[in-house]
Design a binder for this molecule. Structure first.
Ligand SMILES: [Zn+2]
Length: 496
């Protein structure tokens, strides 16, 4: 399809903020990648090119705000043969996941911690040049004291572990490293300088923090390593430089410190205790957003003796959802050669058997993360019911979660599982759509240009069969057509 103004008509365009369709007859004029105007009557066609969507629904481009593109892990319990196979098929799997994103109308994804910045830059430029299909890729740079959970001092054991998880051991001082460190006991100015270096040397547009160590391979937060003064200074310097900030957080203490520092978006959700009303008020006042990555509950919360969620009433619903959907999630996420590893990993996890490459005991991870389905989801419910509905975004943590970047329907299913327990205030398809679009744009600081169908915004349009305001499964399903930047990039309904 040629460039130049294009009138898109005959669609049912969704106003995601209001949760309803724009008036019948609405059409969009797209030019130079933007929505230039919206009319609520059919134009006379004298503007030149036009396409008719034949009554299909249209939503803005969807988001996955948090995932890890190069962490290709259908399970943490891979045997040696599977591990070698994953390594061999890695690049093909990455390209499949990116293609699937676009196929499902996901036009923006954010990589929450790439080790080597050049890998995503290469993918992004191949996508931009049209050599492979995929979404826009935003990537973070991690700024942290040396010794933090994602910037461990490099030991031989650590290097081997990272290699087994397909992570790189690139030096932190390398200009291409996605992790930039400063000394743990440094003054606050060192944290500001590190933010400046992340922006100036490594081209950061998003900066990620994590203020704690971790215990062993459990991911359980350990001692605090970044002082409040360092975190305050780093978050402030990022604001001065106009870049967005994120924090990986899993405790109420971390939530409070992040809100106090004014970190823009909080990844994950506290698993250790309930948030208080005061916590949520402070979160709202600070203008923060949260990306709870509930998909982690699907893969890591198991109803096993001694685990945090043991006997929790929500576990029955989660187990049922897993039984119903795991084959589909595996098939949708992975190359056929890798799909079996995911379902086998889940079967082992459900029986409490958790060993990586047959000898590294991983059950600590499950023991800690089992609280996702209980305490974690309880905290999401608290946030939801205390006014944070517009501040909850859609990221699935693909990588640590054994699914792909395109598995947004699973994340939305987990929201429904978590929030549908209030019969008089049920989670609706319109809520799911808002989380996957405008809320996520807000979490990424992109709401001026993305997240709704409005004049002036980037023309990322997802054309869907079915009604996403009535049926949640329509959002994130394979699209009839996808326009990215006003260009038709997926076409299953003969528009081109
Ligand atoms: Zn992550």
């Amino acid at each position: 399809m040629n460039d130049g103004p294009l009138r898109i008509m005959g669609g049912r365009f969704v106003d995601v903020e209001a949760g309803r369709f724009y008036p019948d007859g609405t059409s969009l004029l797209v030019d130079s990648g933007r929505i230039r105007s919206m009319l609520d009557h059919r134009p006379d066609g004298r503007e030149g090119r036009a396409v008719d969507l034949g009554g299909r629904a249209v939503v803005p481009g969807l988001f996955n705000t948090h995932s890890h593109i190069h962490l290709v892990a259908p399970s943490l319990m891979l045997g040696w043969g599977e591990w070698l196979q994953v390594n061999r098929l890695r690049q093909r799997q990455i390209e499949k996941a990116l293609r699937d994103c676009l196929d499902r109308g996901i036009t923006i994804i954010q990589d929450g911690l790439p080790d080597e910045l050049s890998l995503n830059r290469k993918l992004a430029s191949r996508i931009e040049e049209g050599r492979i299909p995929g979404p826009r890729i935003h990537q973070t740079v991690h700024v942290t004291p040396l010794g933090g959970a994602f910037a461990p001092r490099r030991t031989l054991r650590g290097r081997v572990m990272r290699r087994m998880m397909c992570l790189s051991n690139i030096d932190y001082e390398d200009i291409d490293s996605g992790v930039l460190v400063f000394p743990p006991d440094a003054p606050a100015q060192a944290a500001r300088d590190a933010v400046d270096r992340a922006v100036d040397e490594r081209g950061a547009t998003v900066i990620k923090f994590y203020d704690q160590r971790e215990r062993g391979v459990s991911y359980k937060p350990g001692a605090r390593i970044m002082t409040q003064a360092q975190l305050d200074a780093a978050a402030d310097q990022a604001r001065v430089r106009g870049v967005n900030t994120l924090i990986h957080h899993l405790t109420v203490e971390s939530f409070r410190r992040a809100v106090r520092a004014g970190v823009h978006s909080l990844i994950h959700v506290p698993l250790d205790a309930p948030l208080t009303e005061r916590d949520i008020e402070a979160f709202m006042e600070a203008g923060c957003t949260i990306e709870p990555t509930l998909t982690l509950a699907y893969f890591y919360s198991w109803d096993l003796e001694g685990h945090a969620c043991h006997g929790h009433p929500r576990m029955r619903a989660l187990d049922e959802a897993r039984r119903r959907t795991r084959q589909d999630v595996a098939r949708d996420s992975w190359l056929p050669e890798l799909a079996g590893a995911m379902t086998r990993g889940m079967e082992q996890a459900g029986r409490g058997r958790m060993r990586m490459t047959t000898f590294i005991e991983m059950s600590q991870v499950f023991r800690y993360f089992s609280a996702y389905a209980s305490q974690g989801m309880d905290n999401v419910r608290l946030l939801w019911s205390h006014g944070a509905r517009d501040r909850i975004a859609c990221g699935n943590d693909a990588g640590p979660a054994w699914c792909s970047q395109a598995s947004i329907p699973l994340e939305l299913d987990m929201f429904a599982l978590c929030l549908n327990e209030d019969a008089d205030d049920a989670f609706t398809p319109a809520d799911a759509l808002r989380i996957a679009t405008i809320n996520s744009a807000r979490a990424m600081g992109l709401e001026e240009s993305f997240g709704t169908l409005e004049e002036g915004k980037v023309a990322d349009l997802v054309v869907l069969d079915g009604n996403p305001l009535e049926d949640m499964s329509v959002t994130g399903s394979r699209a009839a057509a996808v326009f990215k930047n006003g260009r038709l990039e997926v076409d299953r309904c003969g528009l081109g």
